[in-house]
Write a new protein. Structure first.
Length: 295
């Protein structure tokens, strides 16, 4: 919700500012009546500060000075509370004060329920309320959406209003509280960012240490495997896998089988080891001694 002062409203006050320089007493009071009834004037702080207008507060025309204050920064509720001490309002003034009251609400909240506006503005029907809001939109005092289904006015924009007595100090206090809260939030965010940065650094160092440990383990395993391969002689005699007995040698052959046949270890005597065909046994002279040859 933007809070901008309509330049149109300030321009339309200019003729009344010029006349206030020479108007005094009853003429100044009449000027206030005209300014508050004028169709396009909705800001009055400059007129309120004019010397001749200020003098009214000390004369019998003081109620008009109070009336101008009401239009500058008051609402229709303020008027109802002080009705006995203020001049009566004509229809133009009443309609304008209702619009100014809607603007005051719009500066405080974005959603304005119809029941709240109807009760505060003392308008009998929703149709009259919506017509009043539409007038304010055409005058560029506010912008928003009339939601008939939800019975509310959704504010998007409203002009600013004048500050009443003590409002500036209240605003400054609110801004100071906001600044303190913002500083506290920023300090908390900085602390969290520092903590996250520290945690990220610690995680990176832990990851690097883990990687180094893995690499060292892999290198150690590789060296042990390499040293183990050097100590192996393969299937040759004298190596770690070469200590076979005669019975374990798959290539051992019986030369002096009593039947005079050549036997290949693990194969039947009547089968050729290379071709898988049967063959006749070869007879050899019997010998009293037995020899085993190894190939």
């Amino acid at each position: 919700m933007a809070l901008d002062l309509s330049s149109n409203a300030a321009t339309k006050l200019e003729p009344f500012l010029l006349m206030s320089k020479s108007a005094k007493g009853a003429a100044a009071a009449k000027l206030i009546q005209d300014a508050t009834s004028s169709h396009g004037t909705f800001v009055f702080s400059e007129l309120l500060e004019m010397p001749n207008i200020q003098e009214l507060s000390k004369t019998e025309h003081a109620p008009y000075h109070s009336l101008l204050q009401l239009f500058a920064f008051g609402t229709i509720e303020d008027y109802n509370n002080s009705r006995d001490t203020l001049p009566p309002l004509n229809q133009a003034q009443l309609r304008k004060l209702r619009l100014l009251t809607i603007i005051s609400f719009a500066l405080e909240r974005r959603i304005l329920p119809y029941p709240l506006l109807l009760q505060t503005l003392q308008i009998p029907t929703i149709r009259e309320l919506e017509d009043l809001i539409i007038d304010g939109i055409y005058l560029d005092l506010m912008r928003g959406k009339l939601d008939q289904k939800e019975q509310r006015f959704e504010v998007e924009y409203a002009i600013g209003r004048d500050f009443g007595p003590g409002k500036v100090e209240s605003l400054l206090n609110s801004l100071q509280e906001w600044a303190n809260t913002t500083s506290s939030v920023l300090a908390t965010l900085d602390a969290q960012l520092a903590s996250l940065a520290s945690q990220t650094t610690a995680n990176a160092l832990s990851h690097e240490e883990h990687e180094r440990a893995v690499e060292a383990t892999l290198a150690d395993v590789y060296e042990k495997h390499k040293d183990g391969n050097k100590g192996r002689g393969g299937p040759k005699y004298g190596g770690s896998y070469g200590n076979f007995s005669d019975r374990d040698d798959p290539m051992a052959m019986d030369v002096d089988d009593p039947r005079g046949s050549i036997l290949l270890s693990g194969l039947p005597s009547s089968v050729d080891a290379t071709k898988g065909r049967k063959f006749k046994s070869m007879e050899h002279p019997k010998s009293t001694s037995r020899k085993r040859n190894r190939f």
